[in-house]
Design a binder for this molecule. Structure first.
Ligand SMILES: Cc1cc2nc3c(=O)[nH]c(=O)nc-3n(C[C@H](O)[C@H](O)[C@H](O)COP(=O)(O)OP(=O)(O)OC[C@H]3O[C@@H](n4cnc5c(N)ncnc54)[C@H](O)[C@@H]3O)c2cc1C
Length: 434
């Protein structure tokens, strides 16, 4: 299993082909001491580093490849301030006071906070806060009920979410196949790799050290601190954050088994004629179909970027995955005609047992943030701000998320094999008939 997690290289992605140049992040060279060491240069690690550095803390990021190499540089760029798998009332009931409503406020505000961060640091990443739309296919009664419930629950909390009826959806997405939709007005989209690189640049400008091509190979206790080993040097830190996502870091017992990695794939076309992208998503929304694991948007140059995961397994070939994505697109937008992908890539999503992220205390001064479950653009970025707040204040209760122990290891190799080879293929079968 572990070796399969490298899968398609970042270099195959549209984002890699179109991103602004990466900042210079030289490998660690020798030994150093810092206040906080962050392992992993994705949105979570980089946002934590940026927010910490802004308070004057010494912070060092160690990234095995380059900032954004993981899910943060290869995702679909949708920034949707909603829970992927939960309604706000479920969160309130599950966590109770005070965390339930704190979490709902956190998630509903996470989209706007990403765009504020981008503006504040002048990050060039084609960010458009043009709203995201989550649609319900006609006849999907379960998705329709979930859509109505979510709209009512977010609106009851005063959040900027609209429920659109069939006519409004047809106008917003250029297809009459949908019955209703949720419109998240504060959501939007961005070029994911540019955003990750921009976060790295902003963190370094604020005083953080960011080292690429520096894989952490071990963590040991060193008096009252922690020592991180790499091939080119060591870091001694009072506190450590593991922000390694679904990448099987092997750094702490049980961490890699606290989630299961699910493959998600994306394809991108050449820029499409203006007549098409002004008919489909004329307002620049990002599109996701509720209950279908299928999503797309048009990037700044008018390329169709389409992705999914539910119908695909880890061993799917490029042709099969591209044909699945094309079929889903043509099912809703038959006037698009044959879709030719110029880029095709994939990555891994870390699904936690409850499909919610968590901040876990592994040992005194050693923390991990994992389980973003497919919503990391807003959530992992905003989580970084929360972790920085906690690490600087020392107040365990300062975050929207409770600080919890690592969930009991559930996903052993057999469980992960079953997710990849049984659950996902079953979803594929279902999606063919759906
Ligand atoms: C194909 C795809 C599409 C997605 N689409 C969306 C979307 O549209 N919207 C959305 O909100 N979310 C989406 N997601 C999810 C989102 O991208 C992630 O939740 C988010 O990027 C997670 O950020 P992160 O910082 O936790 O992890 P990552 O960005 O994965 O960063 C972890 C980093 O840790 C590094 N690392 C691991 N082990 C070590 C080590 N031992 N030493 C040093 N470094 C190490 C890795 O190299 C990696 O760069 C998508 C994910 C995928 C894969």
């Amino acid at each position: 299993m572990a070796s399969a997690l490298t899968w398609t290289p970042l270099g195959d992605s549209l984002w890699s082909a179109t991103a602004r140049p990466a900042p210079d992040t030289p490998p660690l060279d020798g030994d150093t001491t810092t206040d906080v060491a962050v392992v992993g240069g994705g949105y979570c690690g980089l946002s934590t580093a940026l927010h910490l550095a802004e308070t004057g803390a010494r912070v060092t990021v160690l990234e095995a490849h380059e900032p954004g190499w993981g899910a943060s540089g290869r995702n679909a760029g949708h920034c949707t301030p909603d829970w992927t798998y939960h309604a706000p009332d479920d969160i309130a009931a599950k966590f109770g006071p005070p965390y339930g409503e704190r979490l709902n406020d956190f998630q509903a505000g996470a989209g706007a906070s990403v765009f504020d961060l981008i503006r504040r640091h002048g990050i060039a990443c084609d960010a458009r806060q043009s709203g995201t739309i989550s649609v319900v296919r006609r006849g999907n009664r379960a998705a329709m009920a979930a859509c109505r419930a979510k709209a009512e629950q977010w609106q009851r909390r005063g959040k900027p979410v609209d429920l659109l009826g069939a006519d409004a959806v047809a106008e917003a997405v250029g297809s009459d196949r949908f019955e209703a939709a949720l419109l998240f007005r504060e959501g939007g989209n961005l070029q994911p790799l540019d955003f990750a690189r921009g976060l790295a640049r902003a963190a370094m400008s604020a005083g953080a050290s960011v080292h690429g091509h520096t894989a952490v190979t071990g963590i040991t206790r060193d008096g009252g601190a922690w020592r991180l080993a790499t091939d080119t040097g060591g870091v001694r830190a009072a506190a450590v954050l593991l922000a390694t996502n679904a990448h099987r870091s092997g750094l702490w017992p049980g961490l890699d088994r606290s989630y299961y990695p699910v493959a998600s794939v994306l394809g991108a076309t050449a820029p499409l004629p203006e007549t098409l992208h002004s008919r489909i998503l004329p307002n620049g929304h990002s599109f996701a179909e509720l209950g279908a694991g299928f999503f797309f948007f048009f990037d700044a140059a008018g390329r169709l970027v389409v992705g999914g995961g539910r119908g695909l397994g880890v061993n799917d070939t490029r042709d099969r995955a591209a044909s699945w994505l094309g079929r889903r697109m043509n099912g809703a937008f038959p006037y698009l005609g044959p879709i030719a992908f110029t880029h095709y890539w994939g990555g891994w999503i870390d699904h936690s047992p409850h499909k919610l992220p968590g901040i876990h205390e592994l040992a005194p001064g050693l923390y991990a943030a994992v389980g973003f479950s497919g919503r990391g653009v807003p959530t992992a970025t905003a989580m970084g701000r929360e972790i920085a707040l906690f690490l600087t204040s020392g107040n365990r209760d300062s975050m929207a998320f409770p600080l919890t122990p690592l969930p009991r290891a559930r996903f052993n190799r057999l469980g992960q094999w079953a997710a990849a080879n049984i659950v996902i293929p079953l979803e594929r079968l279902r999606s063919r008939t759906g």
